[in-house]
Design a binder for this molecule. Structure first.
Ligand code: ADP
Ligand code: ZN
Ligand code: ZN
Length: 746
């Protein structure tokens, strides 16, 4: 008889523990590897009644002390070797520890959906369609318009389901044709090109480098065979992408792979195109809009080495590579790199850790580096590279403030701004107006008594959406019909107050009927294709006035934009979140950076009721670089991050007392541990206090903040506290979570 093999399995459940299963004899006998190599293999196991779950083995024979009869059995051993590389595996173990998140869930989030479901880690290929030999007169399908269209598109080619979907042909149509025997399917395996490095070539179309670019590139290329973290701080339009391409080149020539991480909104066709056009190597994408086949294929290409470049959003940082040579994180300050629920990792921090473990260089690029990053660069932990000029004749825009006090406004537009817009538009240039508030108006108010229409589930007002004709809460997503009368005084005179993008668009169309306006916000670009279509149309000059929320702020290159105006940012000046000024400064700089990116000089205008405010003065007169260094010294005086480290425990419940008292118990446990460890003078536990929006979606929300001068104090204390926190019966009555290095306190 073979010796019993017990597997400790991590499952994607919200519990900080793994479960033991017996590997049944018939599976143990077939095992083609040493037992220890079971660690990292996926298994299917029974869990809670009849359910079967996919999990991963994280230990083999953890103890010998078992009543084997009582153990449940592994149903299926999915992998015959560990799925992920050792390095990636150990990084995921580290992330689970550092972010205090159950390893089973960390692991599942790091692999594509198909693998989470237990599918084999091989190319799925994609479903293709072609016409059969059967003769058909197209006229017979006249009445079935879609089928007719599908056949016309197919002609005598073979197209994939997603190619056809882009043309508006659904699977239902294809199925109907298939049932009639007119078309047939075939599975096409993707092209696996492992020899891209041998046939490496580079496009001739590339600019002459500026001396700053050349210097930055040389600095990286001279030390690109080991771990080094570089911060490329380059003003908007200074040609950071050109630097990326030049440091990618020698890596690819050595046959090593490159990972490029971009913010969610940055993954536009223009960005991808720039990478695809430069080198004749296979480029693959990794983002959430891919279907599960495409995701798996992309994953396999990276793992097998047939992807030379992977470009992706946050989660691409978990791709497994055959031979990774370089990581680039573009717009490294972007908030979308932090996952805000569940496994709350920060892709930048994980990327740096990863580069270190893999011993490869990493380059962080931004015009507005996050304070954390800047601090590390200024301290000499990262190598600091600078681009302070735009190439060619492009000059940074000039900036000025408009004092709104007492001015007559039209949907928030001052007369000065309207006049200036006219000037720029008459020269056939484009204008960007930035307003970070979608909807028609942020509040609906009674004209007689001042009553405001509030969301019943949140501490927030409803936003008025005129064309959709409802009220919408932007915090819990609930909608409400527009009331006819005031609830307090019964008056029928309800009026909207404040300006949102929808209203501004209406006004712009009246003021500038001859200049087409486009609105870019989440309401208007629900589909990714429509956002991309807008970008193309903007670049083709179809629109002259571009109005939008921060979707418009990031990374886009619009050569004809010469005027950028920020309509209203005053809200951020008086916000109690210590990161608000950093964010405003980044936003201001990024939005301004859209002006004058080609030969034409740009102009930036900021409307405010507080022109004397020191933050605005500093930004307009000196720019982000000086502002950030100054603001960092303020953080240091206040001992705030990056000069200290934080973790936030959050709890929410329909019952305010439950949430608050649970955190009170957590605090006791944490303080006990810190006094046992004699670190109570270095680890501060603040709270519980209500979140700044105390009630959201019907739940009361509380927070407990841990702060220390050292990361390890926080992670070690939390690690020790976790078993006790997990056991608190009060914890079962509330929803609670831990956020390490929080960036959002709302
Ligand atoms: P950033 O990412 O720093 O905002 P980009 O990489 O988008 O800037 O570059 C801005 C523009 O400048 C692009 O059109 C790019 O092609 C161009 N560019 C970059 N480097 C050079 C150069 N050395 N000479 C001329 N044009 C350049
Ligand atoms: Zn009223
Ligand atoms: Zn709400």
């Amino acid at each position: 008889m073979t010796k019993a093999i017990i597997c400790r399995v991590a499952l994607a459940i919200p519990l900080h523990k793994a479960f033991d299963y017996l590997l049944p004899d018939y599976l143990a006998e077939k095992l083609s590897m040493p037992e220890a190599q079971l660690v990292g293999c996926r298994v299917r196991v029974p869990f809670g009644g009849k359910r079967q779950m996919v999990g991963v083995i994280c230990e083999v024979n953890p103890t010998l002390d078992y009543d084997i009869e009582k153990l449940k059995k592994v149903t299926q051993l999915i992998d015959q070797q560990p799925l992920l590389s050792d390095k990636l595996w150990s990084l995921l173990r580290w992330a689970a520890f550092y972010y205090q998140h159950p390893f089973g869930d960390v692991y599942q989030q790091a692999i594509p959906t198909a693998l989470r479901q237990g599918k084999e880690a091989t190319f799925k290929g994609s479903e293709h369609w072609q016409r059969t030999a059967s003769d058909i007169d197209l006229d017979e399908l006249k009445r079935a318009k879609k089928q007719h269209q599908a056949l016309t598109l197919l002609g005598d080619q073979c197209l994939s389901t997603s190619d056809l979907k882009v043309q508006g042909i659904t699977r239902v149509t294809l199925k109907a044709l298939h049932d009639k025997g007119i078309i047939e399917t075939l599975d096409k395996q993707p092209k696996v090109n492992l020899s891209w490095a041998d046939n490496f070539t580079e496009s001739n179309e590339k600019p002459n480098l500026t001396s700053e670019q050349a210097l930055a590139i040389t600095s990286v290329n001279q030390q690109n065979d080991t771990f080094n973290c570089f911060l490329l701080e380059g003003i908007t339009g200074s040609g950071k992408t050109e630097v990326y391409l030049n440091i990618i080149k020698p890596i690819l020539q050595q046959g090593k792979q490159v990972l490029v991480i971009v913010p969610e909104i940055g993954l536009t066709p223009q960005t991808i195109q720039r990478f695809q056009d430069r080198f004749n190597v296979p480029v693959f994408l990794k983002h959430s809009a891919l279907n599960s086949r495409e995701q798996l294929d992309s994953w396999c290409h990276a793992k097998m080495g047939s992807a030379a470049i992977i470009i992706g959003t946050r989660s691409a940082i978990f791709s497994d590579f055959k031979d990774l040579g370089l990581i680039i994180l573009d717009e490294e300050h972007d908030a979308s790199f932090k996952q805000q629920d569940g496994f709350r990792y920060h892709a930048r921090d994980f990327a740096i850790k990863r580069a270190h473990v893999e011993q490869v260089p990493i380059l962080l690029g931004s015009a507005t580096p996050a304070f954390e990053t800047l601090h590390n660069a200024l301290q000499g932990k990262y190598q600091h590279l600078h681009l302070t000029q735009r190439p060619g004749n492009a000059k940074p825009p000039s900036s000025s403030l408009i004092n709104l006090a007492g001015l007559p406004l039209q949907s928030g537009l001052s007369p000065q701004l309207i006049e200036l817009m006219t000037k720029h538009l008459e020269k056939n240039n484009q204008v960007i107006l930035f307003l970070n508030r979608r909807g028609y108006a942020p509040v609906l108010m009674c004209h007689e008594c001042g009553w405001l229409v509030k969301c019943g589930r949140c501490d927030a007002f409803y936003t008025y959406h005129k064309s959709a004709n409802y009220l919408h809460c932007h915090h819990c997503a609930s909608t409400h019909p527009i009331p006819h009368q005031c609830h307090d005084c019964g008056s029928t005179q309800l009026m909207s107050t404040g300006v949102g993008t929808e209203q501004l668009e209406e006004t712009l169309k009246q003021l500038f009927p001859q200049y087409p306006t486009v609105r870019i916000d989440r309401d208007n670009t629900r589909k990714k294709e429509s956002f991309n279509q807008y970008l193309t149309d903007i670049n083709n000059g179809k629109y002259k006035i571009l109005l939008g929320t921060q979707m418009l702020a990031k990374g886009h290159h619009f050569p004809d934009v010469t005027l950028v105006a920020l309509i209203d940012v005053d809200g951020a000046l008086f916000c109690n979140d210590y990161r608000a000024s950093e964010r405003l400064a980044q936003l201001y700089t990024q939005v301004s950076g859209r002006a004058g990116r080609a030969e034409k000089r740009g102009q930036v205008l900021l409307q405010t009721h507080h022109p004397e405010h020191s933050l605005l003065q500093e930004l307009v007169n000196s720019g982000y670089s000086e502002f950030s260094r100054h603001a960092l010294t303020e953080r240091q005086l206040a001992q705030l991050p990056p000069y200290s480290f934080q973790a936030l425990l959050r709890a929410e419940s329909e019952n305010a007392t439950l949430a608050e008292s649970f955190l009170g118990l957590c605090k006791q446990i944490i303080e006990q541990i810190s006094s046992l460890n004699k670190i109570e003078t270095r680890l501060f536990v603040l709270g519980p206090i209500p979140a700044s929006m105390e009630r959201r979606a019907g739940k009361y929300r509380f927070q407990l903040l841990l702060q220390a001068d050292n990361r390890a104090l926080i992670s070690n204390t939390l690690q020790q506290a976790l078993p006790a926190l997990d056991k608190l019966p009060e914890g079962r009555k509330v929803r609670w979570s831990i956020d390490v290095d929080p960036i959002d306190f709302v």
